[in-house]
Design a protein around this ligand. Structure first.
Ligand SMILES: [Zn+2]
Length: 340
């Protein structure tokens, strides 16, 4: 058995933002199959449009539909894409100046080798099959063959339409006489994967949980007991070595009633999240209080750990499903006031 534990961890949330009138107009355009830029006071067409003019600081109000065909001005090769990039195979990121725009715009370019990319090459938007008012409505750019350029003419409004070969997108732009509502918001999933390496002391704690025990460590200098153990006493810095198995019962010090739903929530509100000071510990742990109506939970309430069925145990504090009242009389405030 290795000395320490480690585990993959993902931290994620949905980031919801309102787009405002300018970016909202750009995203509405993408959903409807065309690319919208904004004209600055200096006359430059910028894609996506700037919310405010860089010189006058006035809101952008002059919008211009640009072509979906453009020219690569710079690019970089991505030999090993990471999760959530536009492709799971090698591809290029390219700065593309669309015809009718004055500054380039960053997006993925679908080519199979860096030998197929050159600065100055002509590319066009490949529309996503389903468009929702998001930057990913442009699936990527793809090379324009020389013949396509001749057949497609010298540019103009037709260029700004979805490619006809994209049946779904074409159908969407035709469907119904009532225009869809403008895009006013976007939801972006923000996610970070990492490997968490537990310290030897934390590993003791998690291994204990895997055996149905709650392990802490005592500081040899001040005698305080910490859970989870922290390798060194946060108060005086002394390394901690003495292992202490803590009681399964404790006292609610402070708590909050959770009334608001949020992403990833496992219990329907209202429920109580509380700091529980286990008997023998000098620092409280945060956990759920169940088995009692939320409005009856109080400071000083005596509670005990309720474990999940043994076959569900992992190396996690979630092995303890929740804490529930023991029915004992409440603890006196003086017994836990130092631990709030
Ligand atoms: Zn200490």
């Amino acid at each position: 058995m290795s000395r320490t534990l480690q585990a993959p961890v993902t931290v994620a949330f949905d980031y919801t933002r309102s787009t405002g009138p300018v970016i909202g107009r750009f995203l509405t355009g993408l959903r409807d199959g065309h690319v919208v830029g904004g004209r600055t006071s200096a006359g430059a067409v910028v894609v996506p449009p700037l919310e405010f003019d860089p010189v006058t600081h006035e809101p952008t109000t002059d919008f211009v539909e640009v072509s979906s065909v453009g020219t690569v001005t710079s690019w970089t090769w991505v030999p090993e894409p990471v999760k959530d990039q536009p492709f799971d195979r090698p591809f290029a990121f390219a700065l593309v100046t669309l015809d009718g725009a004055d500054v380039p715009f960053l997006h993925a370019l679908d080519v199979s080798s860096p030998d197929e990319v050159t600065t100055g090459m002509r590319v066009r938007v490949r529309w996503a099959a389903e468009r929702t008012g998001h930057i990913n409505d442009i699936a990527c750019f793809e090379p324009v063959a020389a013949l396509d350029e001749v057949e497609g003419g010298a540019g103009g409004p037709d260029r700004a339409r979805p490619q006809p070969r994209n049946e779904a997108a074409t159908e969407q732009s035709r469907s119904g006489d009532v225009p869809a509502a403008p895009v006013t918001g976007v939801v972006t999933r923000v996610s970070l994967d990492y490997d968490y390496a537990a310290s030897p002391e934390e590993s003791l704690f998690y291994r204990g949980l895997n055996e149905g025990r709650i392990m802490g460590q005592r500081c040899p200098t001040c005698q305080k007991v910490y859970i989870p153990p922290r390798s060194a006493c946060p108060a005086d810095g002394t390394p901690t070595e003495e292992e202490v198995e803590l009681s399964q019962t404790g006292t609610v010090t402070t708590f909050c009633i959770v009334n608001v739903p949020f992403l990833g929530q496992k219990i329907t509100p209202p429920y109580v999240s509380a700091y529980v000071l286990l008997d023998g510990a000098d620092i409280a742990v945060l956990h759920l209080i169940l088995g009692v109506p939320a409005d009856e939970v109080r400071m000083g309430m005596r509670v005990k750990a309720v474990w999940k069925p043994r076959d569900e145990w992992t190396f996690s504090l979630e092995n303890i499903d929740h804490f529930a009242p023991t029915g004992e009389p409440d603890a006196e405030f003086d017994t836990y006031k130092q631990h709030l």
